[in-house]
Write a protein that binds this ligand. Sequence first.
Ligand SMILES: NC(=O)c1ccc[n+]([C@@H]2O[C@H](COP(=O)([O-])OP(=O)(O)OC[C@H]3O[C@@H](n4cnc5c(N)ncnc54)[C@H](O)[C@@H]3O)[C@@H](O)[C@H]2O)c1
Length: 333
Amino acid sequence: MAGSTILYLTKADVLECLPPVERRLELADYAMASLANGNCLMPPKPELMTRVEPEGAFHALPAFFRDRDIAGCKWSCTFAANPPRGLPSVSALIILSDPDTGFPLCVMDGTLVTAHRTAAVSGVSIKRMAPRRVGKVAIWGAGFQARTHLEVLCATIPGFPLWVYDSDAARLEDYAAWAGEQAGVSEVHKGGSVAETLQGADVAITATTVHNPGDPYVVPGMLGTDCLLLPLEWNLQVPASTAKEASLFLVDDRAEFTYYRDQADRLAMVAFKDYPDPHETIGEAVARCLSRETRPDGLIVSCALGTGAADVSAASEVYQNARKRAVGTTLAL
Ligand SMILES: NC(=O)c1ccc[n+]([C@@H]2O[C@H](COP(=O)([O-])OP(=O)(O)OC[C@H]3O[C@@H](n4cnc5c(N)ncnc54)[C@H](O)[C@@H]3O)[C@@H](O)[C@H]2O)c1
């Protein structure tokens, strides 16, 4: 009976039901456009900090899409101290609910959806805002996001030389070997430092978890003139001055960005409070059909803080695939 059971999807189930990369990019386009045109209802995600050092944070990311009757929420945790414990820094669960009755329909592991939807949202920017000629892609931090992002880079701007840097030598080695096997990557270089890795990059992605003593902050002079810079960890490696110097500074959701910037002191994200107002959102750039041909010259900084909209649109497709393929375990409520 409706409302008496839920479908439970493990990480392996989610992997089996993940849509292909092209479809993930479409879902991310839809999520970003829906945020911009009001089709998606999404309050800024509340944050609960557990400790100051080492940092741990919980977020709740709800979203509701009016045109497709999709409602859901992700409970997400980011713990920078996890990698040395042999654990990923990000963990998450997603609940999807029936918009007619409010009852839960599905609970699924959210780590894969998080990793893939984040890369897909970056893909929305890469497709439209990478410079016309990409002679170098740089990734700082060779973890999970670096892998999902490489798949998206290969799908959107194939044929690029990749430079990658990680402070963990074993991770860097593993990642470089894996990256070298991906069709779409023309060559792989292991950077000896952050500065060497980012120098002259046309697309640069920062996907780290801590600012190590001695790490430089990413400033425009380090990058290619028309670089597309995608900082995944907010203001950790990219100072406000860089966003201020950009010819275009975008965020995924204006209300969420402002909410966090207003609370920068409370959240100990001091550098964040100096960030400028975004010129536009990624969804607004989609709506005005910004393209690699029409993008402005100069540095573009596209900062996606991570939205429930992107999670729920991707998770809903996973759920529908699971239903069609009879994947998952039905549990009583
Ligand atoms: N914006 C979003 O929507 C979103 C979503 C998910 C994750 N994130 C963020 O992306 C970042 C990466 O996530 P992940 O899942 O890939 O994490 P991960 O733990 O799998 O990988 C991080 C990698 O970065 C390396 N690293 C950390 N700090 C470094 C430094 N200062 N210099 C060099 N290497 C460094 C680690 O050794 C590790 O290999 C995290 O900060 C996470 O919070 C953002």
